[in-house]
Design a protein around this ligand. Structure first.
Ligand code: ATP
Length: 136
C-alpha cells in the first residue's frame, strides 16, 4: 500500500467500499476537493454527488448520498446514507425514483417539496454517474 490512500465508505448497509487508491476527488459542502497520500487532516460534510477514485490511469466513479468525510494523511473515511459504484447503479430504479419525485413536486407542500427535491437530486446524479463507469 505504498503511496496509496485507503478509502472506507460506511453506510447503514455496512462497509460498502474499502480499498487503496492513488487519489480521491469528492464533493464537499464547500466545493470539490482532492486527496492524495499525505494530505493534511480535516473533516467535512459531503453533498450528494460523485467520488472519483484514481488508480493509475484508470478512474472509477461512485455515487455518495451526502454524509461526512474524515481525511487523514493515509486514509479517507466516508460515512454516508448510501453509496454505490457506477456499475452497480440500477438506472431503471433511478428513473422510476425521478418520475415519482417529479410527480410529487407537482403538488407539494413545503416539507414534501424538500423531500421530493432531494429524491430528484439523488436520482438525477445516479443517472449521470451510471453513464460514466470506468474510464482508462
Ligand atoms: P429509491 O426511491 O429508489 O429507494 P433512494 O434515493 O430513496 O431511491 P436511498 O435511500 O439513497 O434510495 O438508498 C437506499 C438503498 O438502495 C441503498 O442501499 C442504496 O445503495 C440503494 N439504491 C437506491 N437507489 C439505487 C439505484 N438506482 N441503484 C442501485 N442501488 C440503489
Amino acid at each position: 500500500m505504498d503511496n496509496k490512500i485507503r478509502l472506507d465508505i460506511v453506510t447503514p448497509q455496512g462497509l460498502v467500499i474499502s480499498e487503496g487508491v492513488d487519489e480521491i476527488t469528492a464533493t464537499g459542502s464547500e466545493g470539490e476537493f482532492g486527496v492524495l497520500p499525505g494530505h493534511v487532516p480535516f473533516i467535512t460534510t459531503l453533498k450528494v454527488g460523485m467520488l472519483i477514485l484514481k488508480k493509475g490511469n484508470a478512474a472509477e466513479f461512485v455515487f455518495v448520498n451526502s454524509g461526512y468525510a474524515e481525511v487523514t494523511s493515509e486514509k479517507v473515511v466516508i460515512l454516508a446514507d448510501s453509496a454505490e459504484r457506477a456499475e452497480d447503479i440500477d438506472v431503471e430504479r433511478a428513473k422510476a425514483a425521478m418520475k415519482r419525485a417529479e410527480e410529487r413536486l407537482q403538488h407539494a407542500d413545503k416539507i414534501d417539496f424538500e423531500r421530493a427535491n432531494a429524491a430528484l437530486e439523488r436520482a438525477a446524479i445516479r443517472i449521470q454517474i451510471a453513464d460514466r463507469k470506468v474510464t482508462r
